[in-house]
Each structure stands twice: as C-alpha cells, then as structure tokens.
Design a protein around this ligand. Sequence first.
Ligand SMILES: NC(=O)c1ccc[n+]([C@@H]2O[C@H](COP(=O)([O-])OP(=O)(O)OC[C@H]3O[C@@H](n4cnc5c(N)ncnc54)[C@H](OP(=O)(O)O)[C@@H]3O)[C@@H](O)[C@H]2O)c1
Length: 302
Amino acid sequence: MKKIAITGGGGFVAGSMLRQPPEGTELHAITRGKPLAELPQVVWHSVDPMDAAALDACLDAIAPDAVVHTAAIAAIDYCQAHQDEARAVNAEMAGRVAQAAARLGAKLVYCSTDNVFDGERGRYTEEDPPQPVNFYGGTKVEGERLSAAATPNHVIARVAIVMGLPMLGVGNSFLSRMIPVLESGEELGVPPQEIRSPIDVVTLGQALNELAGNDFTGIVHLSGNDIMNRWEMVRRIAVHLGFPAEQVVQNDPTTIPGRADRPTDVSLLNAKARSVLHTPFCGLEEGIARVMALAPKPEGAA
Ligand SMILES: NC(=O)c1ccc[n+]([C@@H]2O[C@H](COP(=O)([O-])OP(=O)(O)OC[C@H]3O[C@@H](n4cnc5c(N)ncnc54)[C@H](OP(=O)(O)O)[C@@H]3O)[C@@H](O)[C@H]2O)c1
C-alpha cells in the first residue's frame, strides 16, 4: 500500500484529494483540527505543521512515499496585512516540509499558485519566470524555491483559481461564499478586469493524487481548459446553477481599502499537465458538473 501524507488536511484542496483516494493508496491527512469525517483509505493526524518537531515526528511515523503540501494561508489580503505570519507559514513551513520529505526519501508535491506571475501577459507556461505583484505570491515563490532546493524529487504544482464546493469541512471556496448571495436575490459584484483559467476542485484533487503517485518531477500548471474574466466565470457558474445572469454584475474592487494588488491576467496553459497526467482536464461547465456530482448533499436532500 502506497502512503501519501497531505498537509492542510482540513482545507478545500485537500478535501477533494481525501474524497478521491487512488486505488492501493492510504492518504494521511495532517490537520491542526479534528478529523473531519471517517473516510475509506484515510488516516487523520491532529498535528500543527508549524510545530517543526511535531511535524517531523508525525511524518517519521507515517513514513510516506509522497508528501503533498497544501497547507498555506491562501487569503491574499490577509497575507498582505500580516507579512511575517504569511512568510512563516507559506515559505518557512514549506521549506521544513520539503526537508522532511527529502530526509524520508519521499516525493514532494508543493501546491503553488497562478499568483506567482505578474499578470501582464497571461497564458503562462511552465517556462515563464515568476514575478509576483502581491505578498502572497512572493511567499509562494519562496516556497517553490525552498521546495526545489530541498529535493530533486519534487513537483511544483501551480494551481489556478479553484472553483468548487468543499468536499469536507468549510475551506477557502469562493463558490460557497457566492451561493448564499445568489439565493438571497441580491446582486453579486465581480471584477471583469481579472482574467483566470479556473480549475474545478474535483479535477484538481485527482491531479494532485496522481502527481503524488507517478514519476513526474518539475513544474506543472494545473488549470482548466477555459480562460475568462472573473465576472464571466461567476456569471456562467450562476447560470449553470439556475440563477439569473443579471444578478452577477461588474464591480471595481480596487477601491476597497487594504485590498492587495491582483495580477490582471494570470491564466495558465495546461498543455503539459494534459500530456503528463491521465486525469481528464475540462472546461468550466463540465467542472461545475463534476463538483455537483461529488459535493456532499445538504441534509434531507434526496
Ligand atoms: N483556493 C484557491 O483558489 C487556490 C488557488 C491557487 C493555489 N492555491 C493553493 O492551494 C493550497 C490549498 O489552498 P486551499 O484553497 O485548500 O486553502 P484552505 O482551504 O484555506 O486550506 C489551507 C489549509 O492550510 C492550513 N493552514 C492555514 N493556515 C495555517 C497556519 N497558520 N498554520 C498551519 N496550517 C495552516 C489549514 O489546514 P488545517 O485547518 O487542516 O490545519 C487550512 O485548512 C494552498 O497552498 C494555496 O496557496 C489555492
């Protein structure tokens, strides 16, 4: 039985990996919280990964074949306002996780972001150099660097904006924040200036599980097949879920005090991912369908 350790086990991205364990694989979820659910092939470890000794002891006990490091502060504005904390969590912890993976002879998969790019051009490939415009992006570039320095047996998985509902727990899902607004009948403002290549969380979980188990090393971009601005993205999701398109309006969030800069166009090209992975990548509407098929049903639903 192969063993994959996953940090940030209570998070949005990890939840999708945990709901889709590959055959012949045991997934070890490391979380600061309590186990979120009893799931087949999943073992929970309640450990704070910022506690270096506790993390080392936990990983030693698991003896994983691969470590997928998803734990991070993914809130861009929070990172801008709390820079020491963001650096410690997103970069320094990533370095320690990578060194532990190297020590144990495990493959490392580091979850990075489209926000490593400056967004001036868009359609980025794995050959393009990172140049972040916000502090969050900077911490993730540093996490990439420390991961690559610790072990040659690494994957830098740059993840586009993730679309979906949490498969476990709560997690950092814009879709679960937008649905109550749409249900209330109020307008939902979304910026048309920001161009992205959203990936659904179900496909992302499959791709990360596959990367943990295969022989690929290096940088790979995990994004959906479609490129669009965020207003169009949310409008298409709303329509697909049965809400009126007119409810999704354009806004300009750059006037919000304290909002960190966002890169304009950080669409990622996924040609390399599609050539090295068996995971089927898809466009936005197919992605929503995959999410709705796997998402936990509300209590009382048929
Ligand atoms: N969501 C996106 O659109 C997106 C896009 C690009 C890249 N990413 C990257 O994907 C990864 C996962 O993001 P996500 O969307 O799943 O975020 P998330 O739902 O916020 O999950 C991240 C997890 O990291 C752990 N964590 C957060 N703060 C921590 C702290 N101070 N100390 C220790 N652990 C902490 C928590 O795990 P526990 O509660 O289990 O301890 C948290 O649930 C991140 O590396 C992020 O940079 C996300």
